[in-house]
Design a protein around this ligand. Structure first.
Ligand code: HPA
Length: 235
């Protein structure tokens, strides 16, 4: 059934959906990694595709930027299209010296400055956590594929341009690996809808050193993350 933001026919999505932030990246993933990928929706130029990876149906659809956008797409995929496994594939800014550029991170949990998840649980904090089976699968797949994967918590911020410069240091001191803008939203939707979710991120910039990846480096690191994400998708 079409939703306000997705116009695919019933059954068009595979159970597993890879979710980059950037709509253009969704097309790139479909064309680069999937066989026989077909366009199934393009509302607001947010394209969704379904194809196959090693013979298994896999979909890809962007979630846009920020928790409100993530929550719309993740909820509609789960609630109206029956998708049961959502895998974010994105980028993040590292907060700690021991998290290098290009590091691939599997987000075990996400704190946030957003109140979106609190609205779900009477104003209290929701533990926004990854699906443990998917997390284990990612860890094993990374070892098999010789990808250096760091498992740990991230912080989902509502502000890319935050005025609170001290917060990132405090988070780093509490073991938080990186900052990004959607994971807590994805994990909140997964909890509410009773589905499985995992976020994999590549460090694209470093908040301590202000380094940023070059386009070539982005492509290489992204490929490592994608190999793990695809293994999780078809597991
Ligand atoms: N902040 C928030 N989101 C991000 C960042 C960042 O520094 N880098 C990549 N995604």
């Amino acid at each position: 059934m079409p939703t306000p933001h997705i116009a695919a026919p019933d059954g068009a999505f595979a159970p597993a959906v890879l979710m980059p932030g950037d709509p253009k990246r969704a097309r790139y993933i479909a064309e680069t990694f999937l066989d026989d990928a077909e366009l199934i929706t393009s509302v607001r130029a947010v394209e969704g595709f379904t194809g196959r990876y090693q013979g298994v149906p896999v979909s890809v659809m962007a979630h846009g930027m920020g928790m409100p956008s993530m929550n719309i797409y993740a909820t509609e995929l789960a609630r109206f299209y029956g998708c049961t496994r959502l895998i974010r594939v994105g980028s993040c800014g590292a907060l700690r010296e021991d998290v290098p550029m290009r590091q691939v991170i599997a987000c075990s949990a996400a704190g946030t400055d957003s109140s979106v998840n609190r609205h779900r649980v009477g104003g209290h904090d929701l533990a926004a956590v990854a699906d443990f089976e998917l997390l284990k699968t990612a860890d094993r797949a990374a070892a098999d594929l010789d990808v250096d994967l760091r498992v740990g918590p991230v912080f989902t911020s509502d502000s890319f341009y935050s005025g609170d410069t001290g917060l990132m240091g405090v988070l780093a001191d509490h073991g938080v690996l990186a900052v990004e803008m959607e994971v807590a939203g994805l994990y909140g939707v997964a909890a509410a809808e009773g589905i499985s979710a995992l976020a994999l991120l590549t460090v694209s910039d470093h908040l301590l050193t202000t380094e940023q990846l070059t386009p070539d480096e982005r492509a290489t690191s992204f490929a490592d993350m994608m190999r793990v994400a695809l293994a999780v998708a078809i597991s």
